[in-house]
Design a protein around this ligand. Sequence first.
Ligand code: FES
Length: 378
Amino acid sequence: MKDSVSSSDIKKFDNICKERQEAINSAYIDDVKFDYPLNNLARVMHPLSIDVFVSDIKKETMDAKTFSLKCKDKSMPLFKAGSYIVLDFKLNGMVYKRCYSISSSPKNLDHYDITIKRVRDGIVSNHMLNDVNVGDSFTIHGPFGNFNYSSLRDKENVLALVCGSGITPIMAMARAISDKLEDFSLTILYGEAKKKDLIFKDELDLLAKKCDKIDVHYILSDENLDGYDYGLISKEMIMGYELGKYSYFVSGPVHFYHYLNDVFKELDVPNKDIRHDIYKESELELHHILHSLTVISGEEKKVVDCYEDEPLLKAMENGGIDSPSICMVGVCGFCRSKLVSGKVKADTNYLLASDMKYHYIHPCVSYPLSDVTIVLSK
Ligand code: FES
């Protein structure tokens, strides 16, 4: 139907404008208050950053440790199982930031546990596992993320498809179910190379034994042992759980997401039933090609190397440029910068239309396709 605007509509609109103008003119404008109790409470409960220290370290496997992080004088902010924090990490005068899922239950806000597995050539994971001791201090941000169970959106049965250290947010969910903070049935298919690499195995077995809402199966790719499935998490294994009855929570490295996305397509699983732990690189096909990144901040200009398969923010980090950032996954907007020249491949999920129109990007999820120049926002 064609819209038509009559003269009486225009008159009405004119009057609305006048009424609005009068309302604006008569508004109370003295002493605008910014310290509303609710805002103050929110700032206290969810501060931008929290200073913590390592209160305990537990060796989980040869290559994984759990670090308990505590705040000196207060409890940690509330969080939902599946959330992550960002850890600021100072090494040789440079600040690195890394996202880690909280593996502890949301019931005990005395501390957060993060469980870190060694990444080959990973600066931060190797330093955490080799050099960090009880008593060492860090700054963290968060908790963030939407890899959480929601009874409104998700089915009451969840099939968690896990590879390697992807078990950490799922472990928080299992603990939360056991602590009666979450109410859904969780079946975990947990893939690893060998039995000795399985993190939390004893506790997972215990939780599955005492809680009928938790079930766990282990799939080993490099060992054929009694009581364990052998190979990789497969289409056939997923089909063993009635299609249409489950929400699928996927947690693991990029190749695992790619592989399962293909499986879900073959099985016609609707996207609304699939949840991924945030990991933005999973969507992009990139190559290890060297480019240069010029970063302008006020009067300063610095040029650093940047590979096509690493986000601009990581290149800045490696080049010693301290750029504003918090979440590292394109959500918070703290790293928002103007792209002055060059081409990037970027995750645009969280960019405003106006940002895209005026060439603003989030360097934490933007990858160079040529030499690139950006201006950091102040
Ligand atoms: S650090 Fe949060 S959007 Fe880039």
